[in-house]
Design a protein. Sequence first.
Length: 227
Amino acid sequence: MLYLVSHHYYYNFMDNNKELFKTKYLQHILSGSHKDALQLSNNFLAQGNTIKDLYEEVMKPSLYEIGRLWEQNQITVAAEHLATAITEGILNSLYARIIPKEYNKKKVVLACAESEEHQVGVKMVADIFEMNEWESFFLGTGFPSPELVKYIDEVKPDLIALSLSVYFNFAKLKQMLNDLKASHPNIPILIGGQALQHVSEKAINEFSNVTYLSDLNSLEEYIANFK
């Protein structure tokens, strides 16, 4: 059933209708309603879903649809930026519930491919690492490859994670992977992001020690089996 309370939607489904949560979340971020998107997220979690569920089953497909609409010129750049900013704001509000009491001595450096301007996906990945007691070093958007190499020299992480949302920047990701392979051949690298859905398995497999993960469930499985 759908109740209207104080002009905000409250969902009370015994069957936990995640599809409807996703649909409503997309509507809220498209309309620019941060307050409604935040309340919906809190209601989703109140039903016993995890933060990972919220990211993977509500936010991620909504943002992928935003990206598709933007690529097809069905929404403006402003609408795409606002939807992304709303989601990133909600992620930031959840961080206090994510940060572990102590870390397990594992470290991961996370960044977007150079020239990439979309960081929400890799921020979700950083949060999953934090929930699994890894110390995450989240560098955000458009990090230059030479600077990334220097930073990895300083931090000495166990793992590197890179994100690509726009296929136009795939060449930049390839250059970054080549630079990291040359400078740090023994550090495993994870890659992910919406743009990689359009990249062939052969193109990804040409890089040794690089693993493509398409969702947060496979990421959590990877973390659990990491030696």
